[in-house]
Design a protein around this ligand. Sequence first.
Ligand SMILES: [Zn+2]
Ligand SMILES: [Zn+2]
Length: 232
Amino acid sequence: VKLEISKVHDAYAAGGECPLCSLMDQAERSYLSSLGGARAMEPSVRVRTNQAGFCPRHYERLYKGENKLGLALMVHTHLAESLPRLKKILEGARQDRQKGPGPREELSAFREGCYLCGLLDTDLSRYAFTVIYLWKKDPEFAPVYRASRGFCLGHFPAVLDAARANLRGPELERWAGETAGLMSASLERLEREVLGFTQLHQASVKSLGTEEERTALARALQVLAGRIMSRD
Ligand SMILES: [Zn+2]
Ligand SMILES: [Zn+2]
């Protein structure tokens, strides 16, 4: 596994609710912008987008981007390549089958396949592995980790997988205890902060509140949803 030490250090230095949310947001933006450019034309990329296509969320993000021609070319070859499979699924709807996956399951598997999500899954395991590696090997990282807010609920499972694969016995127990403590404290703090946010918005005397108070809802949603909330 390739380590991403400097990126992980930077994400911890920036703080926030979940370092993996920031890293994944950066990775996603850079893939989207490169797919909006010349990368959409690279043969190795085209082979994979023809086959997998994109998930609904990433189609929408790409459609909101600048490169409509590049997207149309990818969508055209993906559709052309997928026609036999799609026709077969639709034909299957005529049969009253009880065994095996039906058209509903087959279509949802088709729609969830995504070139970009595939790249991001690989990045996520790499980042999670690096966090566990640093926690285990770098004595200077330990206090940084303990001062962090743990992880969002969306990214915690990836770190847990990395921990279970790379830590043993008492070490795994110590990591799990430390992390559960950080995350429980975060959830309790966010519960209070969101209440504060509602009070700020209900106050008869309008106050702007502090930066922490203004961002409380976005941060709570990030931890629940597993992604940074943005308006774009
Ligand atoms: Zn996260
Ligand atoms: Zn996707």
